[in-house]
Design a protein around this ligand. Sequence first.
Ligand code: NI
Length: 183
Amino acid sequence: MDPASLYILRYPERVLRERAREVPSVTEEVRAVAKRMIELMFEAEGIGLAAPQVGLSWRMFVAHVPPTEDRSVESDPPTATVEPVVYINPVLSDPRGELIAYEEGCLSLPEVVGEVLRPEHITITATDLKGERFTRSAAGLLARCWQHEFDHLEGVLIIDRMTQMSRLKNRAAVRRLEKSARL
Ligand code: NI
């Protein structure tokens, strides 16, 4: 498989609905795919991208939530990242705080934006590109991003999670995607 040939797939592509498989070990191929995914995420101006979105049913995603006036890498827990981070075989734990509603989009669902409720804080444990496990906590947009990307590994999309009101608002856009896939 040539990582250069990977591109971002759109709903209703089937792989987006599958539960992704564990990555058995961090090989050169895994590193090359991660690098390509970061490139695609930047090109598309997204803050996260999961392997199923490029057609690979692997438990891996990349994310980069750059700091802004209201997001920081130094807050406790952080709400932003210094650079893109790769999360392999991630596990989420310890959801905390209130459920916050916030408008989410997804690179695999262009034109679709809807309110999704998620806990404010979350902890993630994952393997890095050296094959080492690490654990971090996050709040704000970073915590949201991890939860959104993790959902992709379970075959779950924002259209499954959004509020009833957002679902109605996006119905036409979702249909357009379904229709264009059949052409
Ligand atoms: Ni997404």
